[in-house]
Design a protein around this ligand. Sequence first.
Ligand SMILES: *[C@@H]1O[C@H](CO)[C@@H](O)[C@H](O)[C@H]1NC(C)=O
Ligand SMILES: *[C@@H]1O[C@H](CO)[C@@H](O)[C@H](O)[C@H]1NC(C)=O
Ligand SMILES: *[C@@H]1O[C@H](CO)[C@@H](O)[C@H](O)[C@H]1NC(C)=O
Ligand SMILES: *[C@@H]1O[C@H](CO)[C@@H](O)[C@H](O)[C@H]1NC(C)=O
Length: 326
Amino acid sequence: MPAILWLWCLFSQLLNPKMAQSVTILSIGPARALDSLIQDYAYRAFILPRTGIPYDGTVPSNLTGIQISAMRLRTGSLRSRGVQRYKEFEIPRGVMEDSYVERLVLVYQDLGNLSTKYYVLPGYTYIAPVLGLLAYDAANLSATNLPELNIKATGSPILIHFRDVKSAPAGSSPRCVWIDLNGWVNFSSPVSGNTCSTVGQGHFSIVMDSIAPSPAPDSPSPGPASAGEGEGGTAAIPRPVIMEKSEGNKKAWIIVGSVVGGLALFMVFAFLTLWTQKLKQRQKMQQMERSAEVGEALHMASIGIGKAPVAMVTRTRPVLETEYAT
Ligand SMILES: *[C@@H]1O[C@H](CO)[C@@H](O)[C@H](O)[C@H]1NC(C)=O
Ligand SMILES: *[C@@H]1O[C@H](CO)[C@@H](O)[C@H](O)[C@H]1NC(C)=O
Ligand SMILES: *[C@@H]1O[C@H](CO)[C@@H](O)[C@H](O)[C@H]1NC(C)=O
Ligand SMILES: *[C@@H]1O[C@H](CO)[C@@H](O)[C@H](O)[C@H]1NC(C)=O
């Protein structure tokens, strides 16, 4: 039964067009490589680090413009106390990490003028730099290529108080954007002014619709116009859709594959259910037949014991009938 429920959920989600439309998946391969590089460089800032203190790191010269920092924490203290302020982030108590490491490192990233290079969001213009908050195991501070831990805010959400936010033009409403480590994009309204909230790690910024929100790719004139408007030119998004086709196709294929796989699974499951039902039915029938046979045998036996009287009754019948007739 749970399998059927699960399949039903999967189907209803996939078949809901609104849902499908609101899901944006970015191709973030280069950005993930950058995360890994930043983890390495952020850890280098630690030399006998104290817990709960942010240590700013330095990036290689080819990444000038990005600011990084690292803070080591006891997992228990993160959960029970949170971090009042870590750069733009306000981390409430109740943030849990689900692989039970003793200490973790929160790596902070401010991608500055490289935000739009690593996180291209077609149709939107950044009005704040992309900030990152990622959690890693602190067991080995010289480790590289560490996988991220999974942290979740189980109570109040984590707040991000953005600085350096450009004012959005009148009539356009700024939106918070959260890009998780798989490239899933989640938009939400600011909780207030320049403050956004999140329940998980990833990358965050504030965006507004580009001047031409229509997805028409062959009207490039509004693109450069909006690019020119981005004060300092840091927040403009290049018009070409960089979400790589192959990645997109791959994701589409994964979805198609899972639908087909789900259907096949469902059919196998339905077949099995039917088959077991049939089997049960047949077993029941056989059982009934058998018990009927047994019953018959018993009946015969009981009749056998009183065979004589039964026979007599039937034999008397014609006598009675003839009496009636006369
Ligand atoms: C930047 O430089 C570092 C260290 O020299 C190198 O590992 C990294 O691949 C470079 N990254 C880019 C994006 O060029
Ligand atoms: C980003 O800004 C830094 C200075 O803050 C500058 O050195 C660097 O060249 C800029 N990078 C790009 C790609 O504009
Ligand atoms: C820490 O990681 C580095 C780099 O991967 C490795 O060389 C070293 O042996 C590790 N140390 C421990 C104690 O695991
Ligand atoms: C998107 O963000 C909102 C607010 O943080 C959260 O409630 C919601 O679950 C998120 N949705 C997804 C699909 O991550």
